[in-house]
Design a protein around this ligand. Structure first.
Ligand code: HEM
Length: 489
């Protein structure tokens, strides 16, 4: 019997991509370390652009070259439509109604279509841009107060609070975090706690047989935050339903994403399955996927600019030339700020907030790069590694926004540039990309246009700690603290 299982195992693994030998039971889990994206990048140097590992009882394949990513997410896109759901994510009510984690079935397609055409299209984003401009003005008001007393600012924290309000205004036309930054705000705490729990290494994900025991208590802990968020959304939705009923017949509506979703609920189409219960996970997705990713990008960008003052100065000159010194930056100015956009692109190349994108699971046996990826294998795409590989980028470790001015490479081209995929690729590419593009560029432009930024006593630009912390997003290990100084305008 033992020989039978041994042979069966050998046969099944015969043509698997190469990778390091693992230990019994835990496989290669011990080798991942605290920065899996970096460890996997080094392993790709040894074993090639498609490798396989065993993490506990889960087989994982990792792609680390544009050609391999293209083979998987373009040529074999039918096989990579679904995702494995981490236990901390599965803890939320109705996880199958999320956009990020539900299987790519009819329901997912409907949700995706509604999001793409009715929230993230340029036309829809334009309609609500005044709300986002207002939020950034509020942030500037807060920063001016800090500047008047030369008080240090935690850039990641203010960016996170502002991103939450930018998303909440896009969805609900309301602030959900104190815009004056006086109190922490429950929403901010809840989203933050979910991000923290989701970033923990959870044994349940590597040993599915242990799932039901929830040994580290992650599922139990994170569930409380999910349920509370659902309650908050429930109140907002009910309030809006009452408002819509009182306005019935009138065209005066908020015209935000909640209105779009409630319109869908009224259409009563069984296949799309939009109900008050089922839209809550979708709304939650937007807050979780949209806030920390964009905030962390803004923080990394500011860190790179403080480290490279000549690039900061060049960006400021562009802003002054395009906007002048007496006007505030507006979202509609972004298309006229190519250098600013290049800074954001360069930040996302070096510091992609989702370095391994979101995981995929192979729906069939797939032949790729001469190997077989077996059905059920988890597949990770190392976007971080590709962005830092000298085979695909000149001087890859230097922060040089100019490289994007002289090339056509762009994240918004979706599936075309596989050497640059901070938003993913293929049919599950980030749908929030157009909103993220606007929010990050707007906030960064406002920061640079309104203030000079000084590091606290004792910290010099070239000593700035640029270490990373791997979690649900790739953050700066040491938060960026800087002092805003009002520009004499
Ligand atoms: C810098 C900002 C952002 C980055 C770098 C980013 C990156 C990503 C990545 C890498 C994926 C997975 C793509 C794949 O599997 O190939 C993703 C998916 C997703 N993102 Fe974003 N994202 C950002 C902002 C946003 C925003 C602002 C929203 C919405 C408010 C959003 C909503 C989503 C959703 C719903 C998905 C799941 C899509 C699906 O599975 O069908 N993201 N994002």
């Amino acid at each position: 019997i033992i020989r039978f299982f041994h042979n069966r195992h050998r046969h099944r693994n015969k043509n698997q991509p190469p990778g390091p030998t693992g230990l019994p039971i835990i496989g290669n889990l011990h080798q991942l370390g605290s920065k899996p994206h970096s460890t996997l990048s080094s392993l790709a140097q040894t074993y090639g652009p498609l490798i396989s590992l065993r993490l506990g009882s889960v087989t994982v394949a990792v792609a680390s070259s544009p050609a391999t990513v293209q083979e998987l997410l373009q040529k074999n896109d039918q096989s990579f439509t679904n995702r494995p759901i981490p236990d901390s994510v599965a803890a939320q009510p109705n996880v199958n109604h999320t956009l990020a984690w539900s299987p790519a079935d009819m329901r997912w397609r409907n949700r995706r279509r509604i999001c793409t055409t009715q929230i993230f299209s340029n036309h829809c984003l334009d309609l609500l841009q005044h709300l986002r401009n207002e939020k950034v003005e509020q942030l500037l008001h807060h920063l001016r107060k800090q500047a008047s007393t030369e008080t240090v600012v935690n850039v990641g924290e203010v960016a996170f609070a502002t991103m939450l309000n930018l998303v909440s205004n896009t969805v609900f036309s309301e602030d959900m975090v104190d815009p004056e930054f006086e109190s922490a705000g429950e929403l901010k705490d809840l989203v933050w706690r979910i991000m923290e729990d989701a970033g923990k290494v959870n044994l349940s994900d590597y040993f599915p047989v242990l799932k039901r025991f929830d040994l580290q208590g992650v599922r139990k802990h994170v569930r409380v935050s999910y349920v509370r968020l659902h309650e908050i959304f429930d109140d907002m939705i009910k309030k809006r339903i009452r408002k819509r009923e009182s306005l019935s017949g009138s065209t005066s509506r908020d015209g935000d994403f909640l209105d779009v979703l409630l319109d869908q609920c009224q259409q009563d189409d069984e296949a799309s399955d939009f109900t008050v219960e089922s839209i809550k996970p979708l709304i939650l997705d937007l807050f979780i996927a949209g806030s920390d990713t964009s905030a962390s990008t803004t923080e990394w960008a500011m860190a790179e600019l403080v480290k490279n003052p000549e690039i900061m100065q060049k960006a400021r000159e562009e802003l002054i030339q395009v906007i002048g010194t007496n006007n505030e930056v507006k979202e509609s100015d972004i298309p006229r700020l190519p250098y600013m956009q290049a800074i954001v692109k360069e930040t996302l190349r070096l510091h992609p907030p989702a370095p391994l994108l979101l995981p995929y699971v192979a729906g069939n046996d797939v032949e790729a790069s001469g190997y077989t990826i077996n059905k059920g294998t988890q597949v990770l795409i190392n976007a971080w590694s590709i962005g830092r590989n000298h085979e695909f980028w000149d001087d890859p470790l230097l922060f040089q926004p100019e490289r994007f001015l002289s090339s056509n490479i762009d994240y918004s081209k979706g599936s075309k540039d596989f050497q640059y995929i901070p938003f993913g690729a293929g049919r599950r590419i980030c749908p929030g990309l157009p909103l993220a593009h606007r929010m990050i560029n707007l906030m960064l432009a406002a920061f640079i246009h309104s203030f000079e930024w000084k590091l606290p006593e004792g910290v010099t630009p070239h000593k700035l700690d640029m270490n990373e912390q791997y979690g649900i997003t790739l953050k700066k290990l040491a938060p960026l603290y800087v002092i805003p100084l009002s520009l004499s305008t």
